[in-house]
Ligand binder design. Sequence first.
Ligand code: PMV
Length: 327
Amino acid sequence: MTDKEAAQLITGAAKGCPKECGQAYAPVNIALCKYWGKRDEMLNLPVTSSLSLSLPELGATTRISFREGHDQLFLDGVEQSRDSVSARRVSKYLDLFRPDRSTFFHVESESTVPIAAGLASSASGFAALALALNDLFQWNLGLRDLSILARLGSGSAARSIYTGFVLWHAGTREDGMDSFAEPVDGEWPGLCMGLIMVSRREKAVSSRIAMKRTVDTSALYRAWPAKVESDLKNLRQAIEKKDFDLLGRTAESNALAMHATMMDSQPPVLYWMPETVEEIRKIWRLRDNGLPVYFTMDAGPNIKMLFMEKDASLIREHFPDMEIALS
Ligand code: PMV
């Protein structure tokens, strides 16, 4: 099945009269158990399930309308040239939804996170775009279908359709219709995530390339599905019991295991910078001294710390530049 066929399977039955402009917001999500590796490249179908936490304050707001001639993309108010990576990626995604070949779109997206700095900006971007298309075409799709449509733009976007804890089911079907995200029950007042920006620069190797290289060449990757299975079980238990140490320990270990598979690939992928290692050592030192703080990392050098609100002021003393994203 192609991505276009998958999109048509979902939107084909939806009847609606398009509006002039569609608009939507979608939050960033940070995986506590990562999506790393695809079983289908075109449909962004993952090898394993994954679990994330959405950061309600950080995300993308996207507006979309029809225009003639060619697609036009503005990111944070700046028009992207038609042959830029982002404009091409968005146009390719919009191809899945064009009613005919002469329909083009004007897209404006404002993001509260730096693009491509390992802060999952593509997740909130494509989720907001899928939701904005739903608003524009008046499809009235359910969240499960919208999660599948967002997934076709960027895998992790499947999870950015929701707030709170979110589980993305890997699914087994070839057409991917059972590979969607769903919210996981469990409010957790006082749980905080703090961002340490080591670099705002665009990463040299995209997560798409790094993921494929890992799957193709890393011997360690063979151990990844079993690791995910056990981590998902622990995370679900941690959320249910509000066991912060289990949550933090599991998320940190999952992120380190993901990075280990990348480092083991050929040629190796290493997103870490010297400051990344410094901050990690600092977190470990603080933890050894009794402060419950853990971290996770994605495809970039930046660090997301997990801690409880009661420890926030102490954490801030040690990390004065930290941006608090959830509390
Ligand atoms: O959706 P992509 O292609 O940007 O991949 C995201 C991969 C990670 O952020 C590293 C992990 C995850 O689950 O979000």
